[in-house]
Design a protein around this ligand. Structure first.
Ligand SMILES: [Fe+2]
Length: 309
């Protein structure tokens, strides 16, 4: 396995206005598994994730992102990146092991887009409910439930200086630029899609005047049929839907966007192409804005571009 360095999104922490409504949404409807509860916080994992948690919700008086954390391969990788990020000119804060539950030490820094990002190498591994020897293919009945999401897949964050942010991911964290959307007249990047793995994106940024804004967190489902099944859950429980089901031009994934009860956008996502580091990056421009975003009806939605938390 050649993937080293930054492995994947490991954790997204968002603020919600009403913890009880949010636990119904993330636990019962999306089908995440609650693994820890503190006074104002609930921790979740998707069924097929091995680490203790990937989603943290915290009750607060304003929705939005607290931080996003990516898992790196091992402690030497974390040390190496800590040095590189500091040398790049970012202020790096060390967070001791245990400062975050079931986690090894972390480093934290602020992106030019105004988001707080963390890196860590260790988190308690609790498994996906299947043994590691002769695992079989299905966990016990009831483990795959709700929207049948298998993992936290990526986030899209909104803020200023996304070109500078992308340069940091490429030059320092060794991500690839998979795709970009540019203004056709000025050439300015309006969104960037960055890969640290074989996925069509592991993190994305959209240009936005206000710093530190949250556009969405995305959960992977196994098939397009499961995207529709997730849609059935949304209809059954009157979950507010933003867009879909449809397919993205960018990434080619099948998608539905919907909102949690606090207005944080979520996505169910399936498919998309495989990224390799030797692939050319793909550029879309604003003459094809609708097709880039939603490739079936080619209609750009104002809500999709304007609503962030
Ligand atoms: Fe997405």
């Amino acid at each position: 396995m050649a993937i080293r360095g930054v492995l994947r999104i490991g954790e997204v922490a968002v603020r919600v206005l009403d913890l009880e409504a949010a636990t119904r949404h993330y636990g019962q409807y999306i089908g995440l598994h609650e693994t820890l509860r503190e006074k104002d916080r609930v921790y979740y994992k998707a069924w097929d994730e091995h680490d203790h948690h990937s989603v943290v919700i915290r009750e607060a008086d304003k929705a939005g992102l607290d931080y996003v954390a990516y898992k790196v391969h091992d402690e030497p990788t974390l040390r190496e990146l800590e040095e590189k990020i500091g040398a790049y000119g970012f202020t790096v804060t060390r967070l001791a092991a245990g400062a975050y539950p079931r986690s090894g030490r972390r480093i934290q820094f602020e992106l030019p887009s105004g988001h707080t990002m963390q890196l860590y190498a260790e988190k308690e591994r609790i498994g996906n409910g299947l043994p590691t020897r002769n695992p079989g293919v299905l966990p016990d009945e009831g483990v795959i439930r709700g929207m049948r999401v298998t993992r936290l897949d990526h986030v899209l964050l909104a803020g200023p200086k996304i070109t500078e942010t992308a340069k940091f991911f490429i030059d320092v964290l060794n991500f690839d630029l998979g795709e970009e959307l540019i203004d056709n007249d000025s050439g300015m990047q309006l969104s960037v899609f960055l890969c640290c793995s074989n996925k069509p994106h592991d993190i994305a940024f959209a240009l936005n005047e206000a710093p530190g804004k949250f556009h969405h967190m995305s959960f992977y489902v196994d098939s397009v049929a499961d995207v529709y099944h997730a849609g059935d859950i949304m209809g059954k429980h009157n979950i507010s839907v933003d867009v879909g089901p449809t397919r993205h031009g960018i990434t080619r994934g099948a998608t539905i966007y919907f909102y949690d009860p606090s207005g944080n956008r979520n996505e169910v996502f399936s498919g998309g192409y495989i990224h390799y580091p030797d692939h050319p990056h793909l550029t879309w421009d604003t003459t094809q804005l609708g097709h880039a975003a939603f490739a079936i009806d080619n209609q750009p939605r104002p809500s999709f571009f304007n609503v962030v938390t």
